[in-house]
Design a protein around this ligand. Structure first.
Ligand code: OSB
Ligand code: MG
Length: 370
């Protein structure tokens, strides 16, 4: 049949978080998110460039995502007759890095194709389950009691696992207190590259807390040192930042740098590469789960769809819209059941209607291509 995207609309939306989110690399109080609308034959597909506001998680940020989409990725796709959505990713192979920007457009193409076919996106990408398990990611807090209260509230809401952010000075002692209060819960930590291999002895002290995993303890681009660290730790290492492609996943698994992989749609450049990372991990028996980037409803709905693939057997960082936004750009918003799950919707595309009036009211920049 073929797919030809004849119009792309870029929008930057400003969305204040209902609670600030702090990691080892910084604190976010308000998101500036680039949304991508891809249009073919009067039907729109939507994507989200998941870059942060600063180049601190990876090299991308709101402004770079905007420019990559406007000047490189958008023009490359516009008016181009392609076989199907899986042919969009390869159009960006010549662009080094900037996978979140390109991935926003790639994901929009998948959503568009699903809508044109009248299929829910999760089925279109090959998903196999209609209910996904959810965890929460809790930022660094002002005090331990405040963290304990947050954990209690999230458990009360039903979430299946708790992830807490750590950094030097907010790690072993904090985890000890969390474990004392909640000896049974599924608990994990995420360091966002805050440590060096020379911290291995210190990180080994986490082993006594039987964590599900420690996420990205070392360099954002490192695999080799993670392999050396994993050899010294009981706690499974999970890689996030380091895995930008299926090749990285293959190498990390081969070198035993991790036992678990966090897949983020944007970080790997969209659904095509996310599925390839998933397939590599599944082949090797490595569990995966879906990470988050404080997404608006658009990116969140894509994460829900991604999480339905067979290998996503661990609860992800995909949680209810209300944890982030007073009002989301989709209505209804993403909601979580008392079982700590999201029931996937069966409407065409990502399945959540956009609230276009609200979207318009929070748009700070808009540009149409084509
Ligand atoms: O490392 O997983 C991460 C948020 C921003 C940047 C990096 C990360 C995160 C999160 C939050 O952990 C996940 C979410 O709730 O969206
Ligand atoms: Mg992470």
């Amino acid at each position: 049949m073929g797919l030809r995207i004849d119009r792309i609309v870029l929008r930057q939306v400003r969305m204040p978080l209902v609670q600030p989110f702090e990691t080892s690399f910084g604190r976010t109080t308000e998101r500036q998110i680039v949304l991508v609308e891809a249009v073919a034959g009067g039907v729109s597909g939507w994507g989200e460039a998941t870059a942060g506001e600063h180049p601190f998680y990876n090299e991308e940020w709101t402004e770079s995502a905007w420019l990559i989409l406007r000047d490189y990725a958008g023009p490359r796709v516009l008016g181009c007759m392609i076989e199907d959505a899986s042919a969009v990713g390869p159009l960006f192979d010549h662009i080094r890095g900037h996978r979140m920007a390109c991935g926003g457009l790639e994901a929009a193409a998948w959503d568009l194709e699903a809508r044109l076919a009248g299929l829910p996106l999760w089925r279109h990408i090959g998903g196999v389950r209609q209910e996904i398990g959810c965890g929460v990611s809790l930022g660094i807090q002002e005090s331990v009691p405040q963290l304990l209260k947050k954990i209690e509230d999230e458990l009360e809401a039903g979430y299946q696992r708790i992830k807490i952010k750590i950094k030097p000075g907010w790690d072993v002692d904090v985890v000890r207190e969390v474990r004392r209060e909640f000896p049974q819960i599924r608990l994990m930590v995420d360091a966002n590259s805050a440590y060096r291999l020379s911290d291995a002895e210190h990180l080994r002290r986490l082993d006594e807390f039987y964590l599900m995993m420690i996420e990205q303890p070392l360099g954002h681009d490192d695999i080799i040192d993670h392999a050396a660290l994993q050899a010294k730790l009981e706690t499974p290492v999970c890689l996030d930042e380091s895995i930008r492609s299926a090749r990285h996943a293959e190498q990390a698994i081969r070198l035993r740098a991790c036992k678990i992989i966090n897949i983020k749609l944007g970080r790997v450049g969209g659904f095509g590469e996310a599925r390839r990372v998933h397939d590599v991990a599944r082949e090797a028996g490595v569990p995966v789960w879906c990470g988050g980037m404080l997404e608006s409803g658009v990116g969140r709905a894509h994460n829900v769809a991604l999480s339905t693939l067979a290998g996503f057997i661990l609860p992800g960082d995909v949680s209810a819209s209300r944890r982030y936004w007073a009002r989301d750009v989709i209505a209804p918003a993403v909601e979580v059941t008392p079982r700590g799950t999201i029931v996937v919707r069966d409407d065409p595309g990502f399945g959540y209607p956009l609230d276009l009036d609200f979207l318009r009211s929070i748009t700070v920049r808009e540009e149409a291509l084509g």
